[in-house]
Structures are given as structure tokens and as C-alpha cells.
Design a protein around this ligand. Structure first.
Ligand code: PMV
Length: 304
């Protein structure tokens, strides 16, 4: 029996969350935690979906519906998912599972698909479910590595030797859509102030792009902390996230920031080699679940 397995990495937003929704750029890294989808032909006249620990089946189901409709597929499949990370930590599980599902179906049914088409289809699925979002997480899952992402602009992969990133998960699951709504409500109320903050963040993103290519971790840390201060002004940070960023810096990190929508989920920090252990233990002692993640250079791929 023909078996097709495709996997895609999760993501970590390094710079530019929220402003990316408004058309400004962001920098997103693919991480060494993947989601995989295995497709086989169904033995009866129905589709079977087994998402195991991926609690939210909507992304897989919507991807299947969209794919079958677009390519006029009348046969049935069995689809199983497996995951190297929980969908609670904010590592982009929805984007990764959507990308992996659509690409697995394209591979299984021999429909050649470019990365750009895969992006468009995945974005349609995410928007159908969440109604909002930039697609930055989808780009990281497809292209891998560190991507410079701006809506309606070709994705740029950044070359860098930056490899390890410290992540502290607060234990609090945040709702991305609620936080996007919160920023848009505040923006509507005070557009001048928010526009200024957006522009300041986008300047940081552009500077960070240069520092990533130079692989200057010290400068990147500083830029992360500056980005965090501005995210606080957007009112998406929390006391816990602020504390974790502060501790990371006090214990030797070059800098840090919340990563993603805020309101909980996780923060990230860059630290020199000699300080990594101390930063890690300071974050753990403050109640965070700590991950040392590496950048995943490969995006979506067929598993042999
Ligand atoms: O909360 P996360 O990890 O899904 O990140 C959301 C990032 C936003 O910029 C707030 C939204 C988006 O779609 O880019």
C-alpha cells in the first residue's frame, strides 16, 4: 500500500509580531520541532482522520476539504498526524500541521505544488478558521531557516550562523486571535500612537535582518529587548512575560522578548554560550518551562 509522510517544522517569531498583520515585515525562525502527516488510501468509502495529541482537528479537516475541492479528488484517505511538540506552547502547530497536510495530500495524489501555491492554500485554510493572521508562521514552516516575511512580498531566507535560542514557556495558553483583536481595537482608538509604535518596531525588524546576516548575537539580543519594550506599549505583554525577559537579561542574556501574540505563551532570549546554563536555570526557577531550540534549516519535506 502506498504510504506518504510529510513533515513541517514549528516556528518561533524573532521580531515583528503584530506589526506583520498590518503589512510590516517580521522575522520568523523554523525550529527543530516538527509535525508529521501520514496519508494512505482508505479501505472504505470515507476519510479517516486520527490527529492523536493534536487536539484541534479543524486545520487538518479544512485542508482536506480545500485540497479535494481544488484538485477534484473523489477517492478517500486515512490521515494520521504525529507531533514533536504540544499545541499549547505557541510553536505554530496550526501552521505546521496545515502545511504538512496539504503537502502530504499533494504528494500522495501526485499533484506537483510549488512553495508559493502551498503557501496560498495553507493561508486560505488558516484564514477560513481563524479569520485573521499574517501567514508568517506558514512561511517558516514551508521555507525553513530564518525567514524575513512581509505580506504580498516574496519570502526571503536569511543566511546566518545563529543557531541556538532559549525559550521560556509561561504555562499560560494565549488566544492569538483575541490578542490581534486587542491591538486592532487599541489601534482604532488611537491610530497616531499605534502607527508610531508599529513604525519603530518595523525599524527594529529591518536592523535585526542585518544583524542576523552578520550573526551578531549581542546586537540581536539588544534589539529583542527593544522590541519587547514596544510590545509592552502595544499592551500585549504580561507581568510574567516581563519578569522572564528581565531575569534572562539579569542572568546574562544579551536580551529577550515575548514571542508570538503575547498574553502568555512564550518568551525568547539570546545568550552567550557561557551564560546559557544560568539563564536557563533562572527561567526554570521563575516557573517557566525552558526549551533550548535550534534553527531548523529545512522546511516542509517528504519523509522517506
Ligand atoms: O501567537 P502566535 O505564536 O500564533 O503568533 C502570532 C503572531 C501575530 O503577529 C500576532 C499574528 C500573525 O498572524 O502574525
Amino acid at each position: 500500500m502506498k504510504i506518504t509522510t510529510v513533515s513541517a517544522p514549528g516556528k518561533l517569531i524573532l521580531f515583528g509580531e503584530h506589526v506583520v498583520v498590518y503589512g510590516y515585515p517580521a522575522i520568523v525562525a523554523a525550529i527543530n520541532r516538527r509535525m508529521a502527516v501520514t496519508v494512505t488510501d482508505s479501505l472504505d468509502m470515507t476519510d479517516h482522520i486520527d490527529t492523536g495529541i493534536v487536539l484541534d482537528q479543524r486545520f487538518v479537516k479544512e485542508s482536506l476539504i480545500l485540497f479535494k475541492k481544488k484538485y477534484n479528488i473523489n477517492s478517500y484517505i486515512t490521515l494520521k498526524t504525529s507531533s514533536q511538540f504540544s499545541d499549547r506552547v505557541g510553536f505554530g502547530s496550526s501552521a505546521a500541521i496545515t502545511v504538512a497536510t496539504i503537502y502530504a495530500l499533494a504528494t500522495h495524489f501526485k499533484k506537483p505544488m510549488t512553495k508559493d501555491v502551498l503557501f496560498d492554500l495553507s493561508y486560505q485554510v488558516v484564514i477560513a478558521i481563524q479569520k485573521k493572521g499574517s501567514g508568517a508562521d506558514i512561511a517558516a514552516s514551508i521555507w525553513g531557516g530564518i525567514v524575513y516575511f512581509q505580506k504580498n512580498t516574496p519570502v526571503q531566507k536569511l543566511d546566518s550562523t545563529i543557531n541556538e535560542i532559549i525559550v521560556g514557556y509561561t504555562g499560560i495558553k494565549a488566544s492569538t486571535t483575541k490578542l490581534i483583536d486587542k491591538v486592532s481595537t487599541s489601534y482604532a482608538y488611537d491610530p497616531k500612537t499605534f502607527e508610531k509604535i508599529f513604525i519603530s518596531i518595523s525599524k527594529i525588524v529591518k536592523q535585526a535582518k542585518k544583524e542576523i546576516v552578520r550573526s551578531d548575537e549581542n546586537k540581536l539580543g539588544e534589539l529583542m529587548s527593544e522590541n519587547h519594550t514596544l510590545l509592552k506599549k502595544l499592551k500585549v505583554s504580561t507581568v510574567k512575560l516581563d519578569c522572564l525577559v528581565k531575569y534572562a537579561c539579569e542572568f546574562g542574556a544579551y536580551g529577550g522578548k515575548l514571542s508570538g501574540a503575547g498574553g502568555g505563551d512564550c518568551m525568547t532570549a539570546i545568550a552567550p554560550e557561557h551564560a546559557k546554563k544560568t539563564v536557563k536555570s533562572a527561567l526554570s526557577k521563575s516557573g517557566a518551562t525552558v526549551y533550548i531550540l535550534t534553527i531548523e534549516t529545512e522546511g516542509v519535506r517528504i519523509e522517506l
